[in-house]
Write a protein that binds this ligand. Structure first.
Ligand SMILES: [Cu+2]
Length: 174
């Protein structure tokens, strides 16, 4: 009995997913064949096997009725790949760290640095020894200026500001 009720709740869950995808695209709702709808019901009642039910789901996916998107839950779809240089960043005694101090992004993400401080800063990539590397290097950024770089390869990238070398941040590309 327990197994049947478990199957029932699973079929309800899958049905809810199917219904949710209907409301997202009403046109698609009409293309769900009756036999698939019945399968979900029968599966819940224990009238058909799991394999038969999964075949029905497979049919929906293969025919583009149910769209399953590959998603990496770690990263939101429109990742906010922005690093703020906050007010007070130039002051060695302040907590004006880069926001975020370490930005984690997938490959092929454009990172934008924004200078929100009252004085100019720059962004200079560093090698493993802490020396300036020719990877991404901005001109001096005045208040409100932006600098962009597209990270194509995975790795950990450190950077600093040559005017205020105590400010070091990193970008982790996975
Ligand atoms: Cu600076």
């Amino acid at each position: 009995m327990k197994y049947v009720s478990m199957k029932k709740s699973l079929s309800i869950t899958i049905f809810a997913i199917i219904l949710a995808s209907f409301s997202a695209n009403v046109a698609n709702a009409e293309s769900i064949p009756e036999w698939v709808k019945n399968n979900a019901l029968w599966y819940g009642q224990g009238d058909i096997s799991e394999k038969e039910f999964l075949n029905a789901i497979k049919f929906l996916i293969e025919n583009g009725v149910l769209i399953v998107e590959a998603s990496d839950s770690k990263y939101p779809k429109n990742i906010d790949a922005t690093v703020i240089i906050p007010n007070g960043n130039s002051d060695i005694d302040s907590t004006g760290f880069y926001l975020p101090l370490n930005l984690e992004i997938p490959t092929n993400t454009v990172v934008t640095w924004v200078n929100d401080d009252s004085v100019p800063h720059n962004i200079q990539s560093l090698d493993k020894l802490g020396k300036v590397a020719d990877i991404f290097n901005s001109p001096p950024l005045n208040t409100g200026d932006r600098f962009e770089f597209n990270f194509e390869e995975s790795g950990v990238y450190n950077y600093y500001c040559s005017f205020h070398p105590w400010r070091v941040g990193s970008i982790t590309v996975e």
